[in-house]
Ligand binder design. Sequence first.
Ligand code: COA
Length: 321
Amino acid sequence: MITGKICGTGSYVPPRVMDNDDMAKLVDTNDEWIRERTGIARRHIAKEETTSWMAGQAAARAVEQSGIAPEEIDMIIVATSSSETIYPCAACEVQKEIGAVNAVGYDLNAACTGFVLGFNTAQAYIQAGIYRTILVAGAESMSHMIDWTDRGTCILFGDGAGAVLLRAQEGTPVRMAAHSDGKKGPALTGLSRHRKDWDLEEEEKNAYIQMDGQGVFKFAVRKVPEIIEEILEQSNVSLEEINYFILHQANRRIIEAVAKRLKTDISRFPMNLEEYANTSAATVPILLDEMNRKGMFKEGQKLIMAGFGAGLTWAGCLFEW
Ligand code: COA
């Protein structure tokens, strides 16, 4: 069977760092509260970098590591919901940046679930024999999506990008699952700030991310274990066979609760949210790149990725390194 093997990973995070003490200068919060409730210590915030530029940097690093010529890339998918421009899409900017002249590019918006859905979409193209080489990136500038006076949300997010390059090879097909529940959409919203017909004051108030924190927390803790079990069941693979569960990095307590529900040791749930906070669609590929560059992956290891977020959406997949 043909599947898309990861043959290169890359990431980019802005050098500008804001730690929890910096956040305490902006809103009524403190380092202890943020660490205890979320596990976050710092976040990287873009200055001049745009979302598509960060995606391009991450993509270039993934391509370089793979040794594959950019001209061989058939498709580029960028998962983002915070790109500064709607046109041209970030994926076309990435195409230009890396010289992938033969690729088709488009963006995919499914908030924090975006990268996993992009990865699954790419796998579907490869496993169907339509394309051979696909670049999937997750890139976000959450810093301009958040209200920096709202302590309930601004402490949670950061900026950055990650990318993987997939190449068709013989192997075990990726197993995937994905869901959404539009009725729960109001739990996590962010509006476009370009509608001219909206009441400006109302628009300003609602433009930034609005969130029912506890509602989203409960949703994640219930749905992530469920989708992992769903994927394992359809793959005939047991929980014990999975080397790592690479989850969307929103909150350490969410990841701990998922591990507990699955009765699985937390050491199999790598985390880097202490350093980067929640970079939405970028968390999973940034973590993948860090683990890859540390040499944590071995051929044939079984990995599960899962994402969750606005929509509400949640998705996952099981693949072999
Ligand atoms: N610093 C200090 N106090 C804060 C605070 C902050 N940054 N943010 C909220 N508080 C206060 C609240 O005002 C509240 O005070 P009160 O009891 O006087 O009313 C108290 O802390 C508890 O607030 P609560 O909302 O119950 O805290 P929580 O334990 O649910 O933690 C979140 C809040 C946002 C950290 C948590 O709900 C969460 O992480 N949810 C998931 C959000 C998420 O990951 N979203 C993205 C998904 S992709």
